[in-house]
Design a protein around this ligand. Structure first.
Ligand SMILES: [Zn+2]
Length: 388
């Protein structure tokens, strides 16, 4: 079987549009690592390529440094990439290395520079890109083409047809292939882009109680809270809201405060959404059946103040994200009537009345549990009843 390699290399994304980042919600980056068993000749070719790449890397770095010392500006990725054909004229050995592998060396150095400048900007301790001794240069990358998997072999341009141990089939589109030597062993790492598709079946089931103080508590007893970051922003939001209400009705200061408030609202909305995405992905990956209380059922929301915090706590986003992710993953989401789920004993069915302040469920049958966990178990049980 031949795996067709992706058309768009990772490192070429700069040449194109920024759609990648938008797609990221649907696409997942995965890396597969396989052991390689090169013959003596193939191993020699790998070492030859590696050494050529290392020398090129150091050479490009030296040229960047020299250019900076002479003219006060560094060379760009494109400027350095454009020198490759000329280099092949005076270093004929470079012709024995796949051309995209050489281009990727230019890219590597550029990434090292970008990382350096990013660290400088953020005030971190910034190590300048270094010359690489043999011990610190252990891989090279085919960023787009020049490799293919056929049966038990990995074909590499300019190197050979190397035996590979494919203990499993890479999923999705293979984007890049990196050859790596570690402790005298040879590996191929494939970076793949996987679209979220159906997941392998899971018979794990979970009920989820959505809470106010905790974001959710599962029937497995797991408690998931809002992240610290979000809580901090929310405190800030409260302060800002008070600030706005203190300002004079029509004033520049008030206008400014309102603008700041709107910006903060947006930031929090984004943070909530990110968090809901992360948690929903985790739930869908793990469970084959996920049960929630139905948020649309009236009566659950007893008073206005509670209703507001429900809307704020990001439940709607969470349930919505779990639902659509579950759909494409072939998983099941069931919503149940939440009536009395927090009062009923999940062990014997008895109704144990308790106010919101009572956090422990304690039943005459002897069952004691966290209030929310008991509710989550009830939610799961109701879901199982409704589908059986
Ligand atoms: Zn009981």
């Amino acid at each position: 079987m031949r795996t067709v390699c992706g058309l768009r290399p990772k490192w070429a994304s700069r040449d194109e549009d920024d759609n990648r980042s938008k797609e990221r919600g649907r696409l997942m980056q995965r890396t597969y690592k396989f052991r390689l068993y090169p013959t003596k000749g193939e191993a020699e070719n790998i070492h030859f390529t590696l050494e050529r790449c290392r020398l090129l890397y150091n050479r490009l770095l030296a040229e960047r440094i020299a250019a900076y010392e002479q003219s006060g500006r560094s060379l760009t990725y494109y400027e350095q990439k454009a020198t490759l054909p000329e280099r092949k004229q005076y270093i004929p050995e470079l012709k024995n290395v796949h051309s995209q592998v050489l281009q990727q060396v230019v890219e590597r150095l550029d990434i090292a520079y970008q990382a350096f400048f990013r660290r400088v900007k953020s005030g971190e301790k910034a190590g300048f890109p270094r010359f690489k001794p043999e011990s610190r240069y252990n891989s090279f990358t085919y960023p787009q083409s020049g490799f293919s998997i056929a049966g038990k072999h990995l074909w590499l341009s300019k190197i050979g047809n190397i035996r590979i141990r494919l203990h499993r089939q890479p999923q999705g589109t293979i984007k890049t292939c990196t050859i790596m030597i570690k402790n005298g062993k040879y590996y191929a790492c494939f970076s793949c882009e996987v679209e979220h598709g159906p997941l392998p079946a899971s018979d794990k089931q979970v009920g989820i109680d959505l809470g106010l103080s905790k974001l959710m508590v599962t029937s497995d007893g797991e408690r998931i809270e809002s992240p610290q970051l979000l809580r901090k922003s929310e405190e800030k939001l409260k302060r800002k809201q008070r600030e706005v209400s203190r300002k004079k009705r029509v004033s520049n200061r008030r206008r400014k405060a309102v603008r700041e408030l709107a910006r903060l609202h947006e930031k929090i909305t984004n943070q909530r959404r990110d968090y809901a995405h992360k948690q929903s992905r985790r739930l869908v990956n793990e469970y084959g059946l996920i049960a929630f209380e139905d948020l649309n059922i009236q009566g659950m929301i007893q008073n206005h103040r509670l209703a507001k915090s429900i809307a704020d706590s990001g439940w709607n986003g969470l349930v919505q994200f779990v639902t659509y992710k579950a759909e494409s993953a072939g998983r099941r989401v069931v919503q149940v009537n939440p009536y009395r789920t927090s009062q009923r004993c999940s062990n014997c069915g008895e109704i144990v009345k308790k106010s919101l302040a009572v956090r422990i469920h304690q039943c005459s049958c002897g069952y004691i549990a966290d209030r929310d966990e008991n509710a989550a178990i009830n939610i799961l049980q109701l879901a199982l009843q409704s589908i059986s």
